[in-house]
Design a protein around this ligand. Structure first.
Ligand code: HEC
Ligand code: HEC
Ligand code: HEC
Ligand code: HEC
Length: 152
């Protein structure tokens, strides 16, 4: 009897720890999740930023590419590809199929719950852009984004 109780306790403790670890891990939630509280930024971004529709850019070229080549596009033309809770595929994660708010502000799961500005990236820097707007691309496309361009 005692032994069973002990095992039960250990199991419950393990579960609780796993749960709180999960809760602390930030994941991607998609731009639609920001709309209710940041209507202005959301509206501007959806209306004027090319990012908000950037999956179309790769979709148009899908037929000309092998599946492997096509996959390499996801890194920059979606939100959080290859990262925990990020884009997986168009059918599994439709809300993450364009590069959204979270490519600049980081994963938002904690912040949408807490509404705490400390749970989201507030100060976006140019370094943040170079993961996608890399030196090579800047040269090839003759285009370097300015910090306040392309956001909202
Ligand atoms: C349930 C409401 C809510 C949702 C959903 C929400 N936020 Fe917020 N957000 C807030 C509040 C409240 C603040 C703090 C007040 C403020 O500065 O506007 C804030 C602040 C911020 C800030 C810092 C603003 C500053 O002045 O420094 C950023 C950036 C931000 N949110 C981005 C996002 C993004 C990106 C999403 C979607 C992933 C999102 N928020 C979803 C409520 C929300
Ligand atoms: C390293 C990041 C990165 C990868 C990987 C990437 N792109 Fe892009 N892509 C960009 C950026 C950034 C732009 C915006 C133009 C610029 O500054 O380079 C862009 C622009 C484009 C455009 C032009 C859109 C327009 O407005 O005319 C097309 C089309 C495109 N990419 C297709 C693709 C395809 C197809 C792949 C995969 C084979 C791919 N990209 C992989 C970052 C990337
Ligand atoms: C291309 C990068 C980028 C994207 C994408 C982006 N932001 Fe921002 N965001 C910024 C920058 C840069 C600032 C200014 C930060 C600063 O003042 O240091 C900012 C500031 C903010 C602020 C603070 C108040 C303000 O308007 O200055 C909020 C709230 C915010 N963003 C929400 C969002 C939401 C919601 C989305 C998606 C709909 C989004 N952002 C998408 C770069 C981005
Ligand atoms: C996750 C990858 C990614 C990150 C990070 C990123 N961008 Fe982009 N950005 C893109 C892609 C992809 C495009 C091309 C959109 C298209 O035409 O399909 C783009 C296009 C743009 C454009 C072209 C015009 C427009 O209206 O969208 C500007 C300006 C821009 N980005 C600014 C920024 C800035 C500033 C930052 C950093 C604060 C940033 N981007 C970070 C992927 C990214």
């Amino acid at each position: 009897m005692n032994k069973v109780f002990l095992i039960l306790c250990v199991a419950i403790m393990a579960l609780t720890t796993a749960n709180s670890l999960l809760a602390e891990e930030k994941t991607y939630v998609g731009s639609e999740s920001c709309k209710a509280c940041h209507e202005q930024e959301h509206h501007n971004f959806m209306t004027f930023s090319k990012k908000a529709h950037s999956f179309d850019s790769i979709k148009k070229m899908e037929k000309k590419l092998s599946p492997q080549e096509y996959q390499t596009c996801f890194e920059c033309h979606t939100t959080g590809y290859g990262k925990k809770g990020g884009f997986i595929s168009e059918s599994q994660t439709p809300g993450l199929k364009n590069p959204g708010c979270e490519v600049c502000h980081g994963p938002g799961s904690l912040h949408v719950e807490s509404e705490d500005p400390d749970d989201i990236v507030r100060e976006v820097t140019l370094e943040n852009c170079t993961t996608c707007h890399s030196e090579d691309r800047i040269e090839a496309f003759d285009f370097k984004p300015l910090l306040f361009g392309g956001a909202h």
